[in-house]
Design a protein around this ligand. Structure first.
Ligand code: A2P
Length: 276
């Protein structure tokens, strides 16, 4: 069993530096995958209303023999639920599916700038945190202007900004913005949605350390200061992806991986993504 160290957020709460990502994992598959993750040491699960698997994640939480408070659970409000009342209702829907009263972290999934009402959702998240139902609150896929808007209007700084981040897209600018504001950056699709697994540069670094390409990418992201959310439904990979605390990438490894930056995204650009 391998446990991921905790990282402190700007609200004083702690979050495990690796979370189990369950995007694109069907509701029936997610139960066993999450149980496997908990069995090998993950204590942080990252889901969302959109993933349509909150029910399965909740079932795994109940079936595991762990205390609820030993597992950090994140979920997110979807684009169609933006707005103050809508977001409060979406929270109830998500916690109902998860079968828990409180989530550890509630995020606005995308800013959806065309609707431009994420500020109302942010105000709802502030209320949920005040009520203790969302223990921490944050955002996902926010760029600087989106962050500035919610912070300027409310004075409340998100604890987390979860963004697409992998060797093609190291997000140096957004990590810098987050860092200056005291926001922790979380990396979604840290393996480039699996597309970077066969990259020769990653393979060379992996061979040098006797680790897998996925382990190198998770480790690289942690060394950049991120909280990392690898996704897998394959038991050996689930176990492998958290086993990254017995080696360290040196400056030459980090520099080699830095050469892979191309700006290529595997998901949409948040400035243009307004899907309902
Ligand atoms: P699978 O779920 O079938 O095991 P990301 O976290 O960047 O979104 O990447 C997820 C993709 O990478 C999935 O297709 C997943 O496949 C694959 N993957 C996850 N972990 C590993 C691993 N250790 N080795 C190879 N592929 C992996």
């Amino acid at each position: 069993m391998v446990f991921a160290p905790l990282v402190e957020m700007n609200d004083g709460r702690s979050i495990p530096v690796i979370g189990f990502g369950v995007w694109q994992v069907p509701d029936d598959v997610v139960v066993d995958a999450t149980l496997k993750a908990l069995e090998v040491g993950y204590r942080h699960i990252d889901t969302a209303y959109l993933y349509l698997n909150e029910r399965g994640v909740g079932e795994a939480l109940r079936r595991s023999e762990l205390d609820r408070d030993d597992i950090f659970v994140t979920t997110k409000v979807w684009n169609t639920d933006h707005g103050y009342d809508e977001t409060l209702r979406a929270f109830d829907k998500s916690t109902g599916l998860l079968g828990i009263d409180e989530v550890d972290l509630y995020l606005i999934h995308w800013p959806t700038p065309a609707r431009d009402i994420y500020l109302d959702s942010w105000r709802a998240l502030i209320r949920l945190r005040e009520e203790g139902r969302a223990r921490s609150i944050g955002v996902s896929n926010f760029h600087e202007a989106h962050l500035r808007k919610i912070i300027d209007e409310t004075g409340v700084i998100p604890a987390i900004n979860q963004i697409e981040l992998h060797p093609w897209l190291p997000q140096t600018h957004m990590r810098d913005i987050d860092g200056r504001l005291g926001i922790k950056t979380e990396a979604w699709s840290p393996l480039g949605s699996g597309r970077l697994i066969d990259d020769p540069v990653i393979a060379e670094v992996a061979a040098k350390h006797g680790k897998s390409p996925a382990q190198v990418m998770v480790r690289w992201s942690i060394q950049l200061g991120n909280i990392v959310l690898p996704k897998s439904v394959t038991p050996e990979r689930i176990e492998q992806n958290i086993d990254v605390f017995d080696f360290q990438l040196d400056d030459a490894d980090m520099a080699a991986i830095a050469t892979l930056e191309s700006g290529r995204r595997t998901g949409p650009n948040p400035d243009e993504f307004n899907e309902a």
